[in-house]
Write a protein of this length. Structure first.
Length: 362
């Protein structure tokens, strides 16, 4: 069904019943019901591509360490990245810090009240702008996240794929028509809660769903067919080989500065291969020989990890060795020696952090 085919009375009934359902709900979260645009902004940025149970401790950490936008703006970027470490999608943290400085220094600490002013800030897209505008200022802007797209596409059987411009536009326009203009904050929270707890991606609670009388996908027994997706994402596989080189209580590491995953975080010297590779073949490569200055790299331990990102599947190998003083001095020209006692003060990608906590961080 297209948006034009949805009758006004159908939309009104859906909104009425959704608002009635929300009154029966008790899904407490620390940011629900608050009007502080700063804290709303924090929660929305942290929950992008992140489950509530994962984002909650980070929200509590940031609101404790940076209770106001001025506190966040004045914090060193290294500290912000360290507090963010493990939450992933690190551009969010960099944009968060940048925008905090903008709001604090150029807007006197006040977030814009209008949608256009909000969306002009770095890292704030249409969804986050709508969330801040509705939750903080009670403006009638509909939020459209993955939960909302799924609910609307199922209830109204939207046939346009949600990963196309046409599909996104159809759902966004319908979402704006459905919003309760007198209580936009309550409505937006309701439809997001509904998608997160009832109309879930897999195993939705259709038999007991209070909206099933409205749901065209349920009536047609096609719930699993919605939302329609044009392209199925294929994960890129990458094979990363880390050389963990230790000498006298120090590890050699580097900051990732290239435009790739984990930019700005620290990891070990790394060699990427197109597939599986033998260790004996790795150490013969020119770049490794340049690292160690022709010295022998004798591996003492190897450990493997698999790590999934949104668009990539990583196969990670850690090759550990105690290197000689001569090798260490040569390598320190290329990499940064970091004392194991200082590892807690540095932000690492999740797989590196896991490895360090297992072997070095008490």
């Amino acid at each position: 069904m297209t948006q034009k085919a949805v009758a006004n009375n159908e939309m009104r009934r859906f909104t009425r019943d959704l608002m009635a359902w929300e009154k029966t709900r008790d899904r407490p979260m620390p940011w629900k019901g608050i009007k502080d645009p700063y804290k709303i902004w924090l929660s929305e940025i942290m929950l992008q591509q992140t489950q509530v149970k994962q984002g909650l401790p980070y929200y509590e950490k940031f609101t404790t360490n940076y209770p106001t936008v001025f506190d966040l703006a004045n914090a060193p970027e290294e500290k912000v990245m360290l507090d963010w470490a493990g939450l992933g999608y690190y551009n969010r943290a960099r944009n968060l810090h940048f925008t905090a400085k903008t709001v604090a220094n150029e807007l006197n600490g006040k977030f814009p009240e209008d949608f256009d002013g909000l969306v002009a800030l770095k890292g704030i897209g249409t969804y986050t702008a709508a969330a801040i505008a509705s939750f903080a200022y009670n403006k009638p802007h509909a939020v459209v996240d993955g939960n909302v797209m799924r609910v609307i596409s199922r209830v109204f059987a939207i046939e346009e794929p949600v990963d196309t411009t046409k599909g996104k536009r159809a759902i966004s326009e319908l979402a704006q028509k459905l919003i309760d203009k007198l209580q936009p904050a309550v409505y937006n929270q309701a439809i997001m809660d509904f998608g997160a707890t009832v109309c879930t991606p897999s195993n939705p609670a259709c038999p007991t769903c209070p909206m099933k009388k409205h749901c065209l996908a349920f009536k047609q027994k096609l719930v699993s067919d919605f939302p329609v997706v044009a392209k199925r994402m294929v994960l890129k596989e990458r094979h990363l080989h880390y050389f963990v080189m230790e000498h006298n209580g120090q590890l050699l590491m580097k900051q990732r500065l290239e435009n790739d995953i984990w930019k700005g975080l620290y990891d070990f010297p790394m060699l990427e291969t197109n597939g599986n590779a033998t260790f004996s073949g790795l150490v013969k490569r020119k770049v490794v020989q340049e690292w160690v200055g022709g010295q022998a790299f004798k591996r003492e331990h190897v450990e493997k990890q698999k790590h999934a990102l949104s668009h990539q599947k990583l196969f990670i190998h850690f090759h550990r060795s105690q290197v000689s003083n001569k090798t260490f001095k040569h390598l320190s020209k290329h990499f940064k020696p970091i004392a194991t006692a200082s590892l807690k003060e540095i932000a690492f990608p999740k797989p590196i952090d896991n490895y360090l906590k297992k072997h070095y961080i008490c």
